[in-house]
Design a protein around this ligand. Structure first.
Ligand code: AGP
Length: 611
């Protein structure tokens, strides 16, 4: 995905745009650019590389005077990262410039159509077709920006959020979205458009979450909205109330470390408001007790770490509430023509609320008459607004590409749902339930304890900065957390890793184990202690070094482990929330020692808003 900023106001636009882009770099960072309207002439500067390259070239924006402009930070989908492929893209005489997030799926036929009209393309991007279509329709319909945008939109297939400037409309910025995030807002100095709130929070907390295909016309003093039929319309204003400092590092070396340390608060904020008078109350669930009793099946569909939270959800909901749960990678789910059971619920999990595959799964379920519950972190995001009901994770803005606090909050959402369902369906007794509530309340402090005990893990991690392969194994819930531990390591340290169901390793993959291979064995499920010990012995006998993550008091594992990390004792269903902490720390310290960009790992973006 990419980051977009637009501004028009009473002060110079480029410094504001650059600052906004700096808040969006986590959305993509392989190239950047700006277009600023200087009294009817568009100045366009763009460059491959991080935002600081653009800042240096433009001397912090000083070389780009003007009061209206757009900016972009890119995560390449079509066309390698390069100066030419960087946004903004523009028409032949540089009187129209556009920045885009998303994918124009029919860009090839559109490009061919424009080339037949004599247009010459200079980039390999899909976005450039937007610039030339705007040019065509702008000339065809009396140089009217709204008409040019509407007629261009009618040609586009796929997902997009775009901002546009027209040279002969010097104080206007136009913005429109379809299936990609874009919000607009106004302050005393002017009007803003941005991919998300972090880019404009410094100036205003009153924003408009624009629906698909609503066109916004920004001028210094007002924002007007139009439908695709070119009719004026209105959009309800929303107020953002999370703390601006949440989008700053706050003295930590990395956003990821800061967000790891925010996990106790995140877990508390996700759980506490939903425990009232000894009961779990999820008002936003939208399911009556009768509905819950009738549920025959639950689907949990997501991507990446959110999917891993869903795997935990499967084990916990099936274990506690005895409801069949099917988990699926969203990118697979939508193409396998899934069979929907009548009385079922589909849960989509998403930190950003903008992941294209997850959104597509939501829509497929709704088309089939299935109720959709979203477990989402970003308020007002597309998934949050299209789900039938949304359970927010209240983790606040998560800037690091590698999720930590939002993932931990997703785990808690799964525990709450499982316990609620189990209670309503009469399969969880009061004493056990109250004990679990107590265990939930203790989780934040236990997480804090683990976070503060990071030195041993930091030292251990430094032994493996040159590792080539690291395996994570576990059974049941310990397999679920192994998936997440392995992904954390891969995405920020670039060390290859695999998570394996411990009992499955011997069916082939164990052939990869050789002298010194590190195998992290997670063992928190007491009824499986002995099983995992035998799996540990299997890999040790082939030369592996075994790191064990296990509960305090599990002495049996000492005969098979070479190094042990203990986690405090909690309810068996909640252990993932504790076991993930040393695994996050392990990945973090290895990545830092390897000199990796922990917050903005190569090739990645915070939310993948394309297929
Ligand atoms: C997690 O660390 C990754 N950044 C990635 O796997 C992420 O979880 C996945 O892309 C899903 O994103 P979402 O939660 O915003 O939908």
């Amino acid at each position: 995905m990419c980051g977009i900023v637009g501004f028009t106001g009473k002060v110079q636009a480029s410094p504001i745009i650059l600052e906004g882009l700096s808040k969006l770099e986590y959305r993509g960072y392989d190239s950047t650019g700006m277009a600023v309207n200087d009294g009817g002439k568009l100045n366009i500067t763009k460059a491959v590389g991080r935002l600081n390259v653009l800042e240096n070239i433009t001397k912090g924006g000083a070389t780009m005077p003007g009061f209206a402009g757009i900016g972009h930070t890119r995560w390449a989908t079509h066309g390698v990262p390069s100066d030419v492929n960087a946004h903004p893209h523009f028409n032949k005489d540089k009187t129209i410039a556009v920045v885009q997030n998303g994918i124009i799926e029919n860009y090839i036929p559109l490009r061919q159509r424009m080339e037949k009209k004599g247009y010459v393309f200079i980039s390999d991007t899909d976005t450039e077709v937007i610039a030339h279509n705007l040019d065509w329709y702008y000339g065809k319909y009396g140089r009217d920006p709204l008409k040019a945008i509407v007629h261009t939109m009618l040609r586009l297939e796929g997902s997009y959020a775009i901002a546009v400037v027209f040279a002969d409309h010097p104080d206007e910025v136009w913005a429109v979205r379809k299936d990609c995030p874009l919000i607009v807002g106004k302050s005393g100095i002017g009007s803003f458009a941005a991919s998300d709130a972090t880019a404009l929070l410094k100036y205003t907390r009153d924003v408009y979450y624009i629906d698909n295909q609503i066109i916004s016309k920004l001028t210094p003093d007002k924002i007007e909205f139009f439908t695709i039929d070119e009719e004026p319309t209105t959009v309800e204003q929303s107020h953002i109330d999370w703390d601006a400092s949440a989008a700053e590092k706050g003295g930590y070396d990395h956003f990821m470390l800061k967000e790891m340390y925010e996990q106790p608060k995140t877990v508390r904020d996700t759980i506490s408001p939903r425990i009232k008078d000894g009961n779990i109350v999820i008002d936003e669930l939208g399911l009556s007790d009768e509905d819950i009793r009738k549920i025959e099946k639950i689907y949990i569909v997501a991507c990446g770490s959110a999917y891993h939270a869903g795997v935990t959800g499967k084990y916990v909901i099936e274990g506690l509430a005895r409801i069949p749960v099917e988990t699926d990678l969203a990118s697979e789910f939508r193409y396998r023509n899934p069979i929907f059971v009548k009385h079922s619920v589909l849960i989509v999990v998403s930190q950003s609320g903008e992941t294209a595959d997850t959104l597509a799964a939501l829509r497929l379920a709704k088309e089939n008459g299935i109720r959709v519950l979203g477990i989402v972190n970003v308020v007002g995001s597309t998934i949050a607004r299209e789900a039938d009901h949304v359970m927010y994770t209240w983790a606040g803005p998560e800037i690091a590409v590698a999720t930590t606090k939002a993932y931990s909050a997703q785990l808690c959402a799964m525990y709450l749902l499982a316990m609620k369902f189990a209670r309503v369906r009469g399969v969880l007794g009061d004493e056990a339930f109250q004990g679990m509530l107590e265990d939930l309340r203790r989780l934040p402090d236990q997480i804090e304890l683990l976070l503060n005990n990071h030195e041993p893990i930091q030292r251990f991690a430094n032994r493996y900065i040159a590792a080539k392969d690291i395996f994570f194994i576990g059974r049941g819930l310990d397999y679920a957390i192994s998936l997440e531990g392995s992904l954390k390591l891969k995405e920020i340290s670039y060390i290859h890793s695999e998570a394996y169901a411990a009992g499955e390793l011997k069916h082939g993959t164990i052939s990869l184990i050789e002298d010194g291979t590190l195998v992290a064995a997670v063992s928190t499920q007491e009824d499986l202690y002995e099983k995992i010990i035998s799996n540990m012995e299997q890999v040790k006998s082939r030369g592996a070094f075994v790191l064990a993550v296990t509960n305090v008091g599990n002495t049996a594992i000492e005969k098979a482990a070479d190094y042990i990390i203990h986690i405090p004792n909690t309810n068996r269903w909640f252990t993932n929330s504790l076991a993930i902490i040393p695994l996050q720390q392990f990945a973090y310290y290895i990545a830092v020692s390897r000199g990796c960009d922990v917050d903005k790992p190569r090739n990645l973006a915070k939310s993948v808003t394309v297929e």
